[in-house]
Ligand binder design. Structure first.
Ligand SMILES: NC(=O)c1ccc[n+]([C@@H]2O[C@H](COP(=O)([O-])OP(=O)(O)OC[C@H]3O[C@@H](n4cnc5c(N)ncnc54)[C@H](O)[C@@H]3O)[C@@H](O)[C@H]2O)c1
Ligand SMILES: O=C(O)C(=O)C[C@@H](O)[C@H](O)[C@H](O)COP(=O)(O)O
Ligand SMILES: [Zn+2]
Length: 365
Protein backbone atom coordinates (compact mmCIF):
# COMPACT_ATOMS: atom_id res chain seq x y z
CA UNK A 1 0.00 0.00 0.00
CA UNK A 2 1.19 3.50 -0.87
CA UNK A 3 1.81 5.94 1.99
CA UNK A 4 -0.56 8.94 1.87
CA UNK A 5 0.95 12.10 0.37
CA UNK A 6 2.40 14.63 2.82
CA UNK A 7 -0.07 17.30 3.96
CA UNK A 8 -0.49 20.38 1.77
CA UNK A 9 -0.39 23.76 3.47
CA UNK A 10 -2.32 26.64 1.90
CA UNK A 11 -1.61 30.03 3.42
CA UNK A 12 -4.22 32.69 4.09
CA UNK A 13 -3.07 36.24 4.73
CA UNK A 14 -4.96 38.21 7.35
CA UNK A 15 -5.27 41.95 7.82
CA UNK A 16 -2.13 41.83 10.01
CA UNK A 17 0.68 39.24 10.16
CA UNK A 18 -0.69 37.93 13.47
CA UNK A 19 -3.88 37.02 11.61
CA UNK A 20 -2.19 34.89 8.95
CA UNK A 21 -3.15 31.23 9.14
CA UNK A 22 -2.65 27.89 7.43
CA UNK A 23 -5.20 25.55 5.92
CA UNK A 24 -3.68 22.08 6.17
CA UNK A 25 -5.04 19.34 3.89
CA UNK A 26 -4.05 15.73 4.50
CA UNK A 27 -4.53 12.69 6.71
CA UNK A 28 -4.19 12.19 10.47
CA UNK A 29 -3.96 15.92 11.22
CA UNK A 30 -5.37 16.00 14.78
CA UNK A 31 -1.93 15.96 16.48
CA UNK A 32 -1.37 19.43 14.96
CA UNK A 33 -4.23 20.98 16.94
CA UNK A 34 -2.34 21.84 20.18
CA UNK A 35 0.35 23.64 18.17
CA UNK A 36 -2.26 25.81 16.45
CA UNK A 37 -3.99 26.62 19.72
CA UNK A 38 -0.68 27.73 21.19
CA UNK A 39 0.73 27.84 24.71
CA UNK A 40 -1.49 30.57 26.18
CA UNK A 41 -4.72 28.65 25.66
CA UNK A 42 -5.83 26.71 28.73
CA UNK A 43 -9.50 25.90 28.08
CA UNK A 44 -11.06 24.70 24.86
CA UNK A 45 -14.73 24.28 23.97
CA UNK A 46 -15.20 21.72 21.19
CA UNK A 47 -18.47 22.45 19.36
CA UNK A 48 -19.83 19.58 17.30
CA UNK A 49 -23.20 18.40 15.99
CA UNK A 50 -25.11 15.50 17.50
CA UNK A 51 -24.30 13.41 14.41
CA UNK A 52 -20.55 13.68 15.09
CA UNK A 53 -20.49 12.93 18.84
CA UNK A 54 -17.74 10.33 18.54
CA UNK A 55 -15.48 12.66 16.56
CA UNK A 56 -16.14 15.51 19.00
CA UNK A 57 -15.27 13.23 21.92
CA UNK A 58 -12.05 12.12 20.23
CA UNK A 59 -10.97 15.74 19.79
CA UNK A 60 -11.81 16.51 23.44
CA UNK A 61 -9.88 13.47 24.69
CA UNK A 62 -6.83 14.36 22.59
CA UNK A 63 -6.88 17.90 23.92
CA UNK A 64 -7.20 16.67 27.51
CA UNK A 65 -4.24 14.32 26.93
CA UNK A 66 -2.27 17.31 25.67
CA UNK A 67 -2.96 19.17 28.93
CA UNK A 68 -5.90 21.41 28.01
CA UNK A 69 -9.11 21.68 29.99
CA UNK A 70 -11.42 20.50 27.25
CA UNK A 71 -15.21 20.48 27.14
CA UNK A 72 -17.72 19.68 24.42
CA UNK A 73 -20.93 21.44 23.40
CA UNK A 74 -23.22 19.26 21.34
CA UNK A 75 -25.50 21.24 19.04
CA UNK A 76 -28.35 20.33 16.66
CA UNK A 77 -27.35 18.96 13.29
CA UNK A 78 -27.09 20.91 10.03
CA UNK A 79 -29.01 24.21 9.57
CA UNK A 80 -30.90 23.73 12.86
CA UNK A 81 -27.58 24.53 14.49
CA UNK A 82 -27.31 27.96 12.83
CA UNK A 83 -29.79 29.51 15.24
CA UNK A 84 -29.54 32.24 17.83
CA UNK A 85 -30.67 29.82 20.55
CA UNK A 86 -27.75 27.54 19.73
CA UNK A 87 -25.31 30.45 19.91
CA UNK A 88 -26.91 31.42 23.21
CA UNK A 89 -26.47 27.88 24.56
CA UNK A 90 -22.77 27.99 23.65
CA UNK A 91 -22.34 31.43 25.27
CA UNK A 92 -23.89 29.94 28.42
CA UNK A 93 -21.42 27.04 28.45
CA UNK A 94 -18.53 29.47 27.96
CA UNK A 95 -19.81 31.74 30.74
CA UNK A 96 -20.48 28.96 33.22
CA UNK A 97 -16.96 27.62 32.66
CA UNK A 98 -15.22 30.99 32.95
CA UNK A 99 -13.75 31.09 29.45
CA UNK A 100 -11.48 34.11 29.10
CA UNK A 101 -10.01 35.85 26.09
CA UNK A 102 -7.00 33.53 26.15
CA UNK A 103 -9.20 30.44 25.78
CA UNK A 104 -10.46 28.97 22.53
CA UNK A 105 -13.16 27.22 20.52
CA UNK A 106 -12.69 24.29 18.17
CA UNK A 107 -15.40 23.66 15.57
CA UNK A 108 -15.78 20.05 14.43
CA UNK A 109 -18.34 19.43 11.70
CA UNK A 110 -19.80 20.60 8.44
CA UNK A 111 -20.26 24.17 7.31
CA UNK A 112 -23.24 24.74 9.60
CA UNK A 113 -21.02 24.04 12.63
CA UNK A 114 -18.05 26.09 11.46
CA UNK A 115 -20.46 29.00 10.76
CA UNK A 116 -22.18 28.97 14.16
CA UNK A 117 -19.07 28.08 16.19
CA UNK A 118 -17.18 30.82 14.35
CA UNK A 119 -19.98 33.23 15.23
CA UNK A 120 -19.81 32.21 18.89
CA UNK A 121 -16.03 32.77 18.82
CA UNK A 122 -16.48 36.16 17.14
CA UNK A 123 -18.95 37.33 19.77
CA UNK A 124 -17.75 35.75 23.03
CA UNK A 125 -15.88 38.51 24.91
CA UNK A 126 -15.90 40.24 21.46
CA UNK A 127 -13.63 37.62 20.00
CA UNK A 128 -11.70 34.50 21.01
CA UNK A 129 -9.53 32.14 19.01
CA UNK A 130 -11.28 29.52 16.85
CA UNK A 131 -9.78 26.55 15.01
CA UNK A 132 -11.86 24.77 12.39
CA UNK A 133 -11.80 21.02 11.83
CA UNK A 134 -14.16 20.71 8.85
CA UNK A 135 -15.61 17.23 8.33
CA UNK A 136 -17.68 17.71 5.16
CA UNK A 137 -16.30 18.40 1.69
CA UNK A 138 -18.16 21.69 1.57
CA UNK A 139 -16.72 22.86 4.88
CA UNK A 140 -13.18 21.88 3.81
CA UNK A 141 -13.24 23.70 0.49
CA UNK A 142 -15.27 26.71 1.54
CA UNK A 143 -17.00 27.25 4.90
CA UNK A 144 -13.99 26.75 7.19
CA UNK A 145 -11.80 29.13 5.18
CA UNK A 146 -12.09 32.90 5.07
CA UNK A 147 -13.67 33.89 8.37
CA UNK A 148 -17.30 34.42 7.35
CA UNK A 149 -19.39 33.28 10.31
CA UNK A 150 -23.11 33.44 10.76
CA UNK A 151 -26.54 32.26 11.75
CA UNK A 152 -29.90 32.32 9.97
CA UNK A 153 -32.96 34.34 10.99
CA UNK A 154 -36.63 33.79 10.07
CA UNK A 155 -36.12 36.27 7.22
CA UNK A 156 -33.17 34.58 5.60
CA UNK A 157 -29.86 32.85 5.40
CA UNK A 158 -26.75 34.13 7.22
CA UNK A 159 -28.40 37.48 7.94
CA UNK A 160 -26.52 37.83 11.24
CA UNK A 161 -22.80 37.26 11.49
CA UNK A 162 -19.30 38.64 11.65
CA UNK A 163 -15.97 38.28 9.91
CA UNK A 164 -13.77 36.32 12.30
CA UNK A 165 -10.89 34.40 10.68
CA UNK A 166 -9.78 31.16 12.31
CA UNK A 167 -6.33 30.62 13.82
CA UNK A 168 -6.01 27.55 11.60
CA UNK A 169 -7.93 24.96 9.61
CA UNK A 170 -7.28 21.21 9.67
CA UNK A 171 -8.96 19.65 6.63
CA UNK A 172 -8.45 16.00 7.46
CA UNK A 173 -9.47 13.96 4.43
CA UNK A 174 -10.01 10.91 6.67
CA UNK A 175 -13.31 12.53 7.71
CA UNK A 176 -14.70 12.08 4.20
CA UNK A 177 -14.79 8.30 4.70
CA UNK A 178 -17.94 8.61 6.85
CA UNK A 179 -19.55 11.49 4.96
CA UNK A 180 -22.74 10.26 3.24
CA UNK A 181 -22.25 10.25 -0.59
CA UNK A 182 -25.03 12.80 -1.16
CA UNK A 183 -23.30 15.22 1.23
CA UNK A 184 -20.07 14.84 -0.70
CA UNK A 185 -21.91 15.55 -3.94
CA UNK A 186 -23.54 18.72 -2.60
CA UNK A 187 -20.10 19.96 -1.55
CA UNK A 188 -19.05 19.67 -5.19
CA UNK A 189 -21.27 22.64 -6.06
CA UNK A 190 -18.78 24.98 -4.35
CA UNK A 191 -15.89 23.18 -6.07
CA UNK A 192 -17.57 23.76 -9.45
CA UNK A 193 -18.15 27.40 -8.48
CA UNK A 194 -14.38 27.80 -7.92
CA UNK A 195 -13.81 26.22 -11.33
CA UNK A 196 -15.97 28.77 -13.11
CA UNK A 197 -14.85 31.89 -11.26
CA UNK A 198 -11.11 31.20 -11.23
CA UNK A 199 -9.53 27.80 -11.84
CA UNK A 200 -10.69 26.09 -15.03
CA UNK A 201 -8.49 23.06 -14.31
CA UNK A 202 -11.08 22.12 -11.66
CA UNK A 203 -13.73 21.74 -14.37
CA UNK A 204 -11.39 19.76 -16.62
CA UNK A 205 -10.57 17.36 -13.76
CA UNK A 206 -14.25 16.73 -12.99
CA UNK A 207 -15.21 16.24 -16.63
CA UNK A 208 -12.28 13.86 -17.22
CA UNK A 209 -13.44 11.49 -14.47
CA UNK A 210 -16.65 12.44 -12.62
CA UNK A 211 -16.65 9.18 -10.62
CA UNK A 212 -13.15 9.78 -9.26
CA UNK A 213 -14.09 13.38 -8.48
CA UNK A 214 -16.59 12.13 -5.89
CA UNK A 215 -14.54 9.19 -4.64
CA UNK A 216 -13.44 10.16 -1.12
CA UNK A 217 -10.18 8.22 -1.39
CA UNK A 218 -9.09 9.45 -4.80
CA UNK A 219 -6.17 11.68 -5.70
CA UNK A 220 -8.54 13.55 -8.02
CA UNK A 221 -10.74 14.61 -5.12
CA UNK A 222 -7.71 15.61 -3.10
CA UNK A 223 -6.49 17.80 -5.94
CA UNK A 224 -9.96 19.33 -6.26
CA UNK A 225 -9.98 20.11 -2.53
CA UNK A 226 -6.55 21.75 -2.67
CA UNK A 227 -7.35 23.76 -5.79
CA UNK A 228 -10.67 24.99 -4.41
CA UNK A 229 -9.10 26.04 -1.12
CA UNK A 230 -6.38 27.84 -3.08
CA UNK A 231 -9.05 29.79 -4.99
CA UNK A 232 -10.79 30.80 -1.78
CA UNK A 233 -7.56 31.54 0.09
CA UNK A 234 -6.31 33.86 -2.64
CA UNK A 235 -9.57 35.83 -2.76
CA UNK A 236 -10.14 36.19 1.00
CA UNK A 237 -6.49 37.12 1.54
CA UNK A 238 -7.04 40.07 -0.80
CA UNK A 239 -10.51 41.09 0.43
CA UNK A 240 -11.48 39.69 3.83
CA UNK A 241 -14.48 41.95 4.41
CA UNK A 242 -16.00 41.67 0.94
CA UNK A 243 -15.52 45.21 -0.21
CA UNK A 244 -14.82 43.99 -3.75
CA UNK A 245 -13.50 40.76 -5.20
CA UNK A 246 -14.82 38.53 -2.41
CA UNK A 247 -18.31 39.02 -3.84
CA UNK A 248 -17.28 36.65 -6.65
CA UNK A 249 -17.33 33.78 -4.12
CA UNK A 250 -21.06 34.45 -3.98
CA UNK A 251 -21.54 33.23 -7.58
CA UNK A 252 -24.77 31.20 -7.63
CA UNK A 253 -25.71 32.19 -4.09
CA UNK A 254 -28.32 34.92 -4.67
CA UNK A 255 -30.87 32.43 -5.96
CA UNK A 256 -29.30 29.59 -3.95
CA UNK A 257 -29.94 31.22 -0.59
CA UNK A 258 -33.50 32.13 -1.66
CA UNK A 259 -34.14 28.45 -2.50
CA UNK A 260 -32.81 27.36 0.90
CA UNK A 261 -35.23 29.77 2.59
CA UNK A 262 -38.15 28.70 0.37
CA UNK A 263 -37.38 25.09 1.26
CA UNK A 264 -37.14 25.91 4.98
CA UNK A 265 -33.54 24.63 4.92
CA UNK A 266 -34.58 21.12 3.95
CA UNK A 267 -32.35 21.45 0.87
CA UNK A 268 -28.61 21.36 1.43
CA UNK A 269 -26.73 24.57 0.72
CA UNK A 270 -24.71 22.96 -2.08
CA UNK A 271 -27.84 21.66 -3.83
CA UNK A 272 -29.43 25.12 -3.77
CA UNK A 273 -26.18 26.72 -4.97
CA UNK A 274 -26.11 24.25 -7.86
CA UNK A 275 -29.46 25.56 -9.15
CA UNK A 276 -28.24 29.09 -8.41
CA UNK A 277 -25.15 28.55 -10.56
CA UNK A 278 -27.24 27.45 -13.56
CA UNK A 279 -29.50 30.48 -13.03
CA UNK A 280 -26.51 32.84 -12.81
CA UNK A 281 -25.11 31.33 -16.03
CA UNK A 282 -28.44 31.90 -17.83
CA UNK A 283 -28.54 35.47 -16.52
CA UNK A 284 -24.99 35.99 -17.76
CA UNK A 285 -25.95 34.62 -21.18
CA UNK A 286 -28.99 36.94 -21.38
CA UNK A 287 -26.84 40.00 -20.94
CA UNK A 288 -24.48 38.72 -23.63
CA UNK A 289 -21.53 37.92 -21.37
CA UNK A 290 -20.09 34.40 -21.77
CA UNK A 291 -20.10 32.29 -24.91
CA UNK A 292 -22.85 29.66 -25.13
CA UNK A 293 -20.42 26.80 -24.49
CA UNK A 294 -19.39 28.28 -21.12
CA UNK A 295 -22.99 28.89 -20.10
CA UNK A 296 -24.06 25.37 -21.18
CA UNK A 297 -21.12 23.81 -19.35
CA UNK A 298 -22.67 24.75 -15.98
CA UNK A 299 -25.74 22.58 -16.37
CA UNK A 300 -23.80 19.73 -17.96
CA UNK A 301 -21.15 19.44 -15.26
CA UNK A 302 -23.54 19.84 -12.33
CA UNK A 303 -25.96 17.29 -13.82
CA UNK A 304 -23.11 14.83 -14.36
CA UNK A 305 -22.33 15.07 -10.66
CA UNK A 306 -25.98 14.37 -9.78
CA UNK A 307 -26.74 17.89 -8.56
CA UNK A 308 -30.11 19.62 -9.20
CA UNK A 309 -30.21 22.15 -12.05
CA UNK A 310 -33.84 23.30 -12.02
CA UNK A 311 -36.44 24.49 -9.52
CA UNK A 312 -40.21 24.90 -9.15
CA UNK A 313 -41.82 27.35 -11.58
CA UNK A 314 -44.56 28.23 -9.04
CA UNK A 315 -42.11 29.56 -6.43
CA UNK A 316 -40.88 32.61 -8.34
CA UNK A 317 -42.56 35.22 -6.10
CA UNK A 318 -41.07 33.71 -2.93
CA UNK A 319 -37.64 33.47 -4.55
CA UNK A 320 -37.68 37.09 -5.70
CA UNK A 321 -38.62 38.14 -2.19
CA UNK A 322 -35.75 36.10 -0.74
CA UNK A 323 -33.25 37.44 -3.30
CA UNK A 324 -34.05 41.04 -2.34
CA UNK A 325 -32.56 40.33 1.09
CA UNK A 326 -29.25 39.19 -0.37
CA UNK A 327 -26.31 40.97 1.24
CA UNK A 328 -25.10 42.19 -2.14
CA UNK A 329 -28.28 44.28 -2.62
CA UNK A 330 -27.96 48.04 -2.26
CA UNK A 331 -31.32 49.64 -1.51
CA UNK A 332 -33.73 48.49 -4.23
CA UNK A 333 -30.88 47.47 -6.49
CA UNK A 334 -30.34 43.72 -6.82
CA UNK A 335 -26.75 42.79 -7.65
CA UNK A 336 -25.64 39.45 -9.10
CA UNK A 337 -22.34 37.77 -9.71
CA UNK A 338 -22.25 36.87 -13.40
CA UNK A 339 -19.62 35.37 -15.65
CA UNK A 340 -18.02 37.32 -18.49
CA UNK A 341 -16.13 34.21 -19.56
CA UNK A 342 -14.27 31.27 -17.99
CA UNK A 343 -12.48 32.54 -14.88
CA UNK A 344 -13.83 36.07 -15.39
CA UNK A 345 -16.60 36.88 -12.91
CA UNK A 346 -18.19 40.31 -12.73
CA UNK A 347 -21.10 42.12 -11.10
CA UNK A 348 -24.42 42.82 -12.80
CA UNK A 349 -26.74 45.43 -11.31
CA UNK A 350 -30.37 44.57 -12.03
CA UNK A 351 -32.77 47.48 -11.60
CA UNK A 352 -35.58 45.67 -13.44
CA UNK A 353 -36.65 42.22 -12.25
CA UNK A 354 -38.13 41.23 -15.64
CA UNK A 355 -34.62 40.18 -16.69
CA UNK A 356 -34.40 37.87 -13.67
CA UNK A 357 -37.82 36.43 -14.46
CA UNK A 358 -36.74 35.72 -18.03
CA UNK A 359 -33.59 33.93 -16.81
CA UNK A 360 -35.68 31.95 -14.33
CA UNK A 361 -37.89 30.63 -17.17
CA UNK A 362 -34.78 28.85 -18.47
CA UNK A 363 -34.32 26.83 -15.29
CA UNK A 364 -37.92 26.47 -14.02
CA UNK A 365 -39.53 23.03 -14.18
N1 LIG B 1 -18.76 30.73 6.01
C1 LIG B 1 -18.61 30.43 4.74
O1 LIG B 1 -17.75 30.99 4.04
C2 LIG B 1 -19.47 29.37 4.13
C3 LIG B 1 -19.16 28.89 2.87
C4 LIG B 1 -19.97 27.90 2.32
C5 LIG B 1 -21.03 27.38 3.03
N2 LIG B 1 -21.28 27.86 4.28
C6 LIG B 1 -22.37 27.27 5.07
O2 LIG B 1 -22.09 25.89 5.28
C7 LIG B 1 -23.31 25.17 5.48
C8 LIG B 1 -23.33 23.95 4.62
O3 LIG B 1 -22.28 23.10 5.01
P1 LIG B 1 -22.37 21.52 4.81
O4 LIG B 1 -22.76 21.21 3.42
O5 LIG B 1 -21.16 20.95 5.39
O6 LIG B 1 -23.66 21.13 5.65
P2 LIG B 1 -23.84 20.69 7.18
O7 LIG B 1 -22.91 21.34 8.07
O8 LIG B 1 -25.30 20.86 7.41
O9 LIG B 1 -23.47 19.14 7.12
C9 LIG B 1 -24.21 18.29 6.31
C10 LIG B 1 -24.48 16.97 7.03
O10 LIG B 1 -23.32 16.16 6.99
C11 LIG B 1 -23.03 15.69 8.31
N3 LIG B 1 -21.60 15.46 8.36
C12 LIG B 1 -20.61 16.39 8.25
N4 LIG B 1 -19.42 15.79 8.26
C13 LIG B 1 -19.64 14.48 8.38
C14 LIG B 1 -18.79 13.33 8.41
N5 LIG B 1 -17.47 13.43 8.28
N6 LIG B 1 -19.37 12.12 8.57
C15 LIG B 1 -20.72 11.99 8.65
N7 LIG B 1 -21.58 13.03 8.59
C16 LIG B 1 -21.04 14.25 8.46
C17 LIG B 1 -23.54 16.79 9.20
O11 LIG B 1 -23.71 16.36 10.50
C18 LIG B 1 -24.85 17.13 8.49
O12 LIG B 1 -25.86 16.22 8.80
C19 LIG B 1 -24.42 26.15 5.14
O13 LIG B 1 -25.00 26.63 6.31
C20 LIG B 1 -23.72 27.25 4.39
O14 LIG B 1 -24.39 28.49 4.51
C21 LIG B 1 -20.53 28.83 4.83
O1 LIG C 1 -16.81 33.23 1.52
C1 LIG C 1 -17.58 33.90 0.84
O2 LIG C 1 -17.47 35.11 0.72
C2 LIG C 1 -18.70 33.24 0.14
O3 LIG C 1 -19.57 33.92 -0.41
C3 LIG C 1 -18.72 31.75 0.12
C4 LIG C 1 -20.10 31.13 0.02
O4 LIG C 1 -19.93 29.84 -0.51
C5 LIG C 1 -20.79 30.96 1.38
O5 LIG C 1 -21.96 30.21 1.21
C6 LIG C 1 -21.07 32.21 2.16
O6 LIG C 1 -21.45 31.90 3.47
C7 LIG C 1 -22.16 33.05 1.58
O7 LIG C 1 -22.04 34.29 2.15
P1 LIG C 1 -23.21 35.34 2.35
O8 LIG C 1 -22.46 36.58 2.63
O9 LIG C 1 -24.00 35.41 1.08
O10 LIG C 1 -24.02 34.87 3.49
ZN1 LIG D 1 -21.72 28.72 -0.34
Amino acid sequence: MQAPAAPAVIKVTGTSPAENYDVVVGHGLLPRLPGILGERVRKVLVIHPRALRTTGDTVREDLAAAGFTALTAEIPDAEEGKHIQVASFCWQVLGQNDFTRSDAIVAVGGGAVTDVAGFVAATWLRGVKVVHIPTSLLAMVDAAVGGKTGINTAEGKNLVGAFHPPAGVLADLDALATLPPNELVTGMAEVVKCGFIKDGAILDLIEADPAKAVDPGSDVLRELVERSIAVKAEIVSADLKESGRREFLNYGHTLGHAIELAERYQWRHGAAVSVGLVFAAELSRMVGRPDDATADRHKAILETLGLPVSYRRDRWAALLDGMKRDKKSRGDLLRFVVLDGPGRPGILEVPDTSLLFAAYQEIAD
